[in-house]
Design a binder for this molecule. Structure first.
Ligand code: DOR
Ligand code: ZN
Length: 337
């Protein structure tokens, strides 16, 4: 095959930031995707409707004429008022929960995990049909954080059987196994976690542009992620977790966590899925599953990729992308609306 068309590709976990960074990265996602789930971890995080509206307006302004729907999220707080949530439920696609301090701009997240304390918000979300997205990591040893969080996912899934819970950016075989144990558990998988293991980050010279949270894991974990992505398991969907930081924040002591993949995501996914004979399932992984899970209907956009080299730029503005300066076997050749 030398050409593939992806209809309404969706990026269900996306950091667009704000200000100058937003202006520089939003058009890149808007070019190749039909929509994206926009993370709320700004400073300060998005916690009320005025902030959400004005952030959505800034995103739309940054995107210009491009056809791209920003699916907005609120930053989880345990004491959201039920009436407030009812009033915003049509304007948000999900609420994102971060454990306090676990990653970039998550200081205002949840401390401890007392389900009773979280119940007012979770109960209302469940009743109103608002999905819950979670950055599922404990504060334990870095390689074990995701595994240690699984019992929390399970307690939440049991306590709120009608609440859709999305395990964000899963990185381990344990998380893949948990998916099938509870009807209401779903997951996003990033491009970089399908491609790399910890060896690529720290096995040779340290690669700051591959450093992210959760950290990439073992080959057998990557294998488990690949298996469900390549078969487009109906409970998994693509979410890039594309997380731009300026070059000087990455190439520094105290390197910021995040891999910037938005502009290379579709060419790299096609390259990978082709290599493993899974191209027939990419449409479901990158769009259909998310549409079904979230019940969304994104704007029509057909992205054609051709088997022609994409030379990845060294930088997009201030940000170094994954595979900077390297070549991918596929590139975007046209977009039709
Ligand atoms: O590597 C990451 N970067 N992981 C996250 O969860 C957050 C993200 C960011 O916002 O930079
Ligand atoms: Zn993220």
């Amino acid at each position: 095959m030398t050409e593939i068309v992806l209809n309404e590709p969706l990026d269900m976990h996306l950091h667009l930031r704000d200000g100058k960074m937003l202006q520089s990265v939003a058009p890149l996602s808007a070019y190749s995707f039909s929509g994206g789930l926009i993370m709320p971890n700004l400073i300060p995080p998005i916690t009320d409707i005025d902030m959400l509206h004005s952030y959505r307006d800034r995103i739309k302004q940054a995107i210009g004429d491009e056809k791209f729907l920003p699916y907005m999220t609120l930053f989880f707080k345990s004491n959201y008022d039920r009436d407030f949530l009812a009033s915003v439920s049509d304007e948000i696609t999900a609420i994102k929960l971060y454990p306090a301090g676990i990653t970039t701009n998550s200081e205002g997240g949840v401390q401890g995990f007392d389900i009773d304390e979280l119940s007012p918000t979770l109960g209302a979300m469940s009743d109103l049909g608002i999905p819950l997205c979670i950055h599922g990591e404990s504060s334990g040893f870095v390689m074990d954080r995701e595994k240690e969080f699984i019992p929390i996912y399970e307690s939440l899934a049991r306590a709120f059987p009608n609440l859709k819970i999305v395990m964000e950016h899963i990185t381990t075989a344990n998380s893949v196994e948990a998916l099938d144990r509870y009807e209401n558990l779903y997951a996003t998988i990033t491009l970089h976690h399908l491609l790399i293991t910890l060896d690529d980050v720290a096995g040779g010279m340290l690669q700051p542009h591959l450093f992210c949270k959760p950290i990439a894991k073992r080959p057998e974990d990557r294998e488990a992620l690949r298996r469900v992505a390549f078969e487009a398991h109906p409970k998994v969907m693509f979410g890039s977790d594309s997380a731009p930081h300026p070059q000087n924040a990455k190439e520094a002591p105290g390197c910021a966590a995040g891999v910037f993949t938005a502009p290379i995501a579709l060419p790299a996914l096609v390259t990978l899925f082709e290599e493993y004979g899974a191209l027939d399932n990419l449409q479901r992984f990158v769009s259909d599953n998310a549409k079904a899970i979230y019940g969304i209907n994104p704007p029509t956009k057909a992205v054609t990729l051709t088997k022609e080299l994409m030379k990845v730029p060294q930088k997009y503005g201030e940000v170094v992308p994954m595979y900077a300066g390297e070549e991918l076997s596929w590139s975007i050749s046209s977009i039709n609306y």
